[in-house]
Design a protein around this ligand. Structure first.
Ligand SMILES: Nc1ncnc2c1ncn2[C@@H]1O[C@H](COP(=O)(O)OP(=O)(O)O)[C@@H](O)[C@H]1O
Ligand SMILES: [Mg+2]
Length: 252
């Protein structure tokens, strides 16, 4: 299997804590790779290291064959790796559509010079609006396009956060607990959306989750973490049946 993203032997410490203690994972092309693990096992730290928010003390992150370890977050974003946050980073007073537009790579505010050339400006904007609406449709949010983000439900905010990530034309989407605090029905709905997005946009997902009940059936490949280490890997059923994983969750 082709793995565009690979980490090798990543170590990241905070004071005396080894948040990552030699983490090596492969993220397979157009698959959903899931990382599970109890709270504090290092999942968010791993995403922060991959996306350039933290520098590892040791180890390597490779994307499509090139070493991206320690590059600043915007460089990694430019390479097509886009992340979502545990708590959606939305502009609460802007509408759903406006939230999408400001997230695009060539957002309307970014290249004001273009405004001088009215026609090209309008065309660019139209193209972005069309793209935003198409993505909102995939997420069943299109009917809410003119509603302020603050009026959305928690689940809809999570979907909008995903939509914003997709405005950047990512190759790979890294998600930190996309279903945290969401009821099971909505959580399943979010994962169903991810499956159709993957098909529609040929996307690769790396998803971090604390809860394993809902997320596991949607994953193609699973890594389990505990105390900064990968303690199990394989198909969802292999990892679910692994006694080491159960023990980690029970805190043994
Ligand atoms: N910025 C930080 N400063 C200090 N300690 C941190 C920081 N980020 C994470 N940690 C510690 O690293 C460990 C792993 O945390 P984290 O990656 O957030 O785990 P998870 O996302 O699996 O819950 C925890 O012990 C946490 O307290
Ligand atoms: Mg976390």
């Amino acid at each position: 299997m082709d793995a565009p993203l690979k980490t090798r032997d990543l170590v990241k410490t905070f004071g005396g804590i080894r948040a990552l203690d030699g983490v090596s994972i492969d993220v397979y092309n157009e698959k959903i790779t899931l990382i599970i693990g109890p709270n504090g096992s290092g999942k968010t730290t791993l995403i922060n290291v991959i996306t350039g928010f933290y520098h590892p003390e040791r180890g390597e992150v490779k994307f499509n064959g090139s070493n991206i370890t320690g590059l600043p977050p915007f460089k990694i974003f430019e390479k097509g790796i886009v992340r979502t946050f545990q708590i959606p980073h939305l502009f609460k007073s802007l509408t759903v559509l406006e939230n999408m537009l400001v997230a695009s790579r060539n957002n309307p505010g970014e290249k004001l010079r273009k405004a001088l050339f009215k026609n090209s400006w309008r065309r660019a904007e139209e193209h972005l609006v069309e793209k935003a609406l198409r993505i909102l449709e995939l997420l069943n949010l299109d009917h809410l396009w003119d509603k302020p983000a603050c009026t959305l439900s928690g689940g809809q905010m999570k979907l909008l956060e995903i939509g914003r990530a997709l405005m950047a034309d990512p190759l790979m989407v890294l998600m930190d607990e996309p279903i945290a605090g969401v009821n099971p029905r909505l959580a399943n709905e979010i994962f169903e959306h991810l499956l159709s997005l993957r098909k529609e946009l040929n996307l690769t997902f790396l998803i971090v989750e604390h809860r394993l009940d809902i997320a596991l059936p949607y994953a193609d490949y699973v890594y389990a973490m505990d105390r900064g280490k990968i303690i199990s890997k394989g198909s969802p059923s292999e990892v679910l049946e692994d006694k080491i994983v159960a023990r980690a969750y029970l805190g043994g």
